[in-house]
Design a protein. Sequence first.
Length: 472
Amino acid sequence: MVSLRRTVEHRSLMAMAIAAAGVRTETLVATAPVAPDAAMLVIEDIGGRPLSELAEVSDELLDSAWQQVALLQRRAVAHRCLDNVHLVAQSESDCATEGGRERVDIRLTAGGVVAADEVALAIDRAQLLVATGLLVGPARAVASALRVVGAGALTTAVPLLQPIVMPSATRSALRKEDGLIDRLREEILAVVPTPPAGPVKVERFSIRAVVSTVIVIVAVVVLVSQVAGLDLWSVVRHADWTWLAAGVALSAARFLGAGVGLTGFVAERISLRRSVLAQLACSFVGLAAPAGVGVAALNVRFLGKSGVPAAPALASIALWQLGSLAVNVFWVLVFNLVYGISQPLIPVPRGIGLPVIGAAVVLVLAALAVPRVRRFVRARVQPYLDQVRPRMASVLTRPGRVLTGMGGLFFQSVCTVLVMAVSIRAFHGEASLLTVTFVVVVGVALGSAAPTPGGLGAVEAVLAAGLTAAPG
């Protein structure tokens, strides 16, 4: 119910913001509580007919639609659902129109944004271009946009002329109008004075990727059962469910640690509850995107929705990932101190470690000795450092933030190790906690470097090999 109240509050804010911009829209009449965590909105309908129901759309209506959107954009308000259902035509019989002409009113939407950035505003322009293009064709749609908002604003919408940013009703209509977006681009290119930028890469969470991942996992389980001769059902049936329940609880606690860690590396105040929920969402995104990439993108989006500007959000995520790296390095140092080089947890040929490390260092130094390689590395590393440095100074000057961030990451790391430890016990296995820690740290590190979604395959292979080879 909390999310319902938040939706009501957001829609109330949008109604006031759109009305304050001078846009003709539905009127918010009243609000009333209906439960401890829910409320009701009373909104007066604007009447009229959606543009999608009109047999013919005049140039006056097209211009009216662009004029209403221009008013929104002057106040940095993004509607985010400009389709031919939310655009409503008012005729003389519906209301007293200005000068006896038809006009367009805009229906409210629950997904609008106030204080919107330029990308959100450009998406609105792209949505309106496609919506009007579906009604009257590319030539008239572009001509109307040029008359009202001009070539500059029109050009910024071109990179976002993509089906993925369109409302669902528009995407459905585009399936019947194949090639409309290309014709809109060509029409704009024929009239704008300067060529627009290339397409902006926009991605959404794909259910196809999730289904594909599930199919792959099922196939791997079946193949392992057949090749290894394991009766997985029998293994699961004889598991100790008390330990399994403990594993589930520790796995859930991992998200709390990740959420606390993120809040520590963000100078702005963000909600801990929402941060934890974002990390839970990241665990699902990681199944459909390469390890680290999808998680970082989702966290940047979460921070943006929490009011953190884009550049500080990117820097905070980078600092958070550096903290995770520091935790892994810490565990490696602990293993070196506890076990030493001569007593590895996992048997490897003696004397191979130092030569391999030395050869890697020599190769890196030899590559950096080449001026072209140094310039290549500097060009890619310098922007990253420029973003991280100010944020690092902001966070590191607050010891409480550092302790919170690193404490959350250590807690997450410990919970990850304990999940593996209790899972081994649940299936009647035996392994020392130090061995499990070593195997998990190595497996997570290699999984992050693997290009597969979520490190799928790499993590499992390393964990299985490590636990099989490690003694006790």
